[in-house]
Design a protein around this ligand. Structure first.
Ligand code: ARG
Length: 605
């Protein structure tokens, strides 16, 4: 397998993105250095955060109180001493400081420095979001459906959240290795290929598989009703796993069909997964025996009713009975955990990843805790790798129960997405009846998909969330239509200005001039637009996409306040140029931010 090395030039950096730092990091590093000099301590953290209220400045350093405790001094005195040093250092980024409350340091940025940053970005939009100084190789395991059935709503969240994380990490300059750990190797496939071989005589299997879900149901019915069929199905698994060519061929054709169903969903969803990202469970099959042997050598295996298990003392069930991780069943079969142990080994030792993210349902959290613990105990993971279960809650219907169709079936993902597009079409047609039908269809397919994605990405991923068509498709509130509309509105506002010399110049060579003082709304929009870099950085560390969506929603709000307070038409040249520059900057942040969420913006809506 061909692997690019970590030293290779990073594609984002090569395109001229800025590998500088966010405002927050600059402030934190600057104040940390001064605090170090002041206290003589090495490990100080000024803990700079975005100010929680406008009256606390633009940013605030909250680390002084804790530090004062550590060195046994008065926090306000330490704060005052720090401010004296900071002032003497004369950082051009900062206008002034304020000591507040028990020892907070409020920081007011210099508008001039903000203007300069903004102008640099307007000349090079790639510089809006800086890349990291410490690029890592990061595996993102996401989507990963079982191929026995069609993708259903249960796969929606993992696919959307994982794709957002992959985009964000890549944008930050990390090397992302997507891994679609599809389930293609369990006992279910014995049943499916037996059913397939049987029906091959009278039906074209590809026609039968057009409705994979129906095919699965029919096979399962047959399996449950007919003991002789069930016995053949069990035998088929053994034949398949021992490499019988006829069974492998049947299996492969089933898998190919199922994968084409998945790819259709990915394409519709505008998700970046492709064939090249597949690393199916079957890939690890040749390693599984070895996994057992290595566990044996590490003295971790125990026989329990013929099954080979690992018992770790930190995992206990009810009444403190030890919980096993089953590695191999008594009939020789391997389990989900066995494959995952092989995958940890592969990601650690072959891919040599620094982080491996598992974007998987929260209900599998015990599974991952166990896999990570066994992997560490057996040396399948290296010390250098951070294994992280990026878990998410269940998608609920409006009745508060896991999302189902009216008849109680699981909802096929493809049908859900088509419904989103159909609903968006009605909406767009109501709003813009004058547009050509094709245009309305195009807008609807973007808006419908965006609405579904954004509804998910704007919630804290760890909670269950209620899937609700009307709120996700609303043009008000924290929704995709609202943000996409805000973007389109800025674009049309800018388009209207092309007739004047000033705006022509502002668009081809945009500059926010320093000839007049910014109003509070203008300054707020300037600062907010620049802060996208901080939101993106937070997502890359903590893997909560809602940090970015909340930021975008706030940005749109700040823009609306600016828009109401600051007319563009009929104002003097410098003011107009400034406001146009600010519009361009805000539009850029909205566009780049939505793109990282996997949402394409529309210039007209
Ligand atoms: N196929 C599994 C499921 O549908 C998810 C796999 C997640 N990834 C992993 N490495 N276990 O539940």
């Amino acid at each position: 397998m061909q692997m690019s090395t970590k030293t290779e030039t990073n594609p984002v950096a090569a395109k001229g993105a800025n590998s500088g730092a966010t405002i927050k990091t600059l402030l934190n590093d600057f104040i940390a250095a001064e605090l170090q000099a002041l206290t003589g301590l090495e490990d100080v953290n000024p803990n700079v955060i975005t100010a929680s209220k406008p009256e606390f400045g633009d940013y605030q350093a909250n680390g002084v109180m804790g530090l004062a405790k550590r060195v046994g001094s008065n926090p306000r005195e330490l704060g005052a001493a720090l401010i004296a040093r900071l002032e003497a250092a004369n950082n051009p980024l900062i206008d002034h400081y304020e000591l507040a409350g028990p020892g907070f340091v409020n920081i007011y940025l210099a508008s001039e420095a903000l203007r300069e940053r903004a102008n640099a970005i307007l000349n090079n939009p790639a510089a809006l979001i800086n890349t990291t100084h410490t690029p890592q190789r990061i595996v993102v395991d996401y989507s990963s459906p079982n191929l026995a059935k069609e993708m259903h709503v249960g796969h929606l969240r993992g696919t959307i959240i994982g794709d957002c994380l992959a985009r964000v990490l890549e944008r930050q300059g990390h090397e992302v290795i997507r891994q679609n750990h599809v389930g293609d190797w369990g006992t279910q496939f014995g049943m499916l290929i037996t059913f397939m071989r049987e029906s091959e005589a009278d039906t074209n299997p590809l026609t039968a598989l057009a409705d994979l879900e129906g095919f699965y149901r029919a096979a399962k019915e047959r399996f449950d009703a007919d003991a002789e069929f069930a016995a053949r199905a069990r035998e088929a698994v053994v034949r398949l796993q021992s490499g019988d060519p006829a069974y492998l061929t049947a299996w492969q054709s089933f898998i190919d069909t199922s994968l084409s169903h998945c790819q259709a969903v990915y394409d519709k969803l505008n998700v970046t997964l492709s064939h090249a990202d597949l690393k199916p469970e079957s890939f690890y099959n040749p390693q599984l025996q070895q996994i057992v042997e290595r566990l044996q050598q590490a003295d971790l295996l125990t026989d329990s009713d013929g099954a080979r298990c690992v018992f770790l003392e930190q995992f206990v069930g009810k009444d403190d009975s030890p919980l096993p991780v089953i590695i191999q069943k008594s009939d020789g079969g391997f389990l989900y955990a066995t494959t995952d142990l092989a995958a940890v080994d592969y990601r650690s030792h072959d891919l040599k990843a620094d982080r491996s993210l598992y974007v998987v349902d929260a209900r599998q959290s015990l599974h991952f805790q166990q896999v990570f613990a066994v992997a560490a105990a057996a040396g399948f993971s290296t010390e250098g790798i951070s294994l992280e279960h990026v878990s998410y809650g269940t998608m609920m219907g409006s009745d508060g129960k896991p999302f189902k169709t009216r008849s109680g079936d699981t909802v096929k993902l493809v049908e859900l997405l088509d419904e989103a597009i159909a609903r968006a079409f009605t909406l767009v047609s109501d709003k813009n009846p004058e547009l050509e039908e094709q245009q309305r269809r195009d807008i609807a397919s973007s808006v419908g998909i965006a609405a579904v994605k954004y509804a998910d990405l704007s919630k804290n991923r760890t909670s269950d969330y209620v899937f609700d068509w009307s709120s996700m498709l609303s043009f008000e509130g924290n929704t995709a239509p609202y943000l996409m509309y805000a973007y389109a509105r800025i674009k049309s506002l800018l388009a209207k200005q092309t007739d004047t010399a000033i705006s022509d110049d502002a668009q081809t060579n945009p500059r926010i001039p320093d000839t007049f003082a910014l109003s509070s709304e203008e300054r707020a929009l300037l600062l907010k637009s620049l802060q996208i870099a901080e939101a993106v950085q937070a997502v890359s560390q903590d893997c909560y996409p809602n940090t970015l969506s909340n930021y975008l929603y706030e940005l749109a709000g700040v823009f609306m306040r600016f828009y109401e307070a600051c007319p563009i038409q009929g104002t003097e040249a410098g003011v107009r140029a400034t406001r146009l520059g600010l519009c361009l900057l805000a539009a850029e942040s909205l566009k780049q931010g939505l793109e990282l969420l996997g949402i394409d913006t529309l210039e007209r809506m």
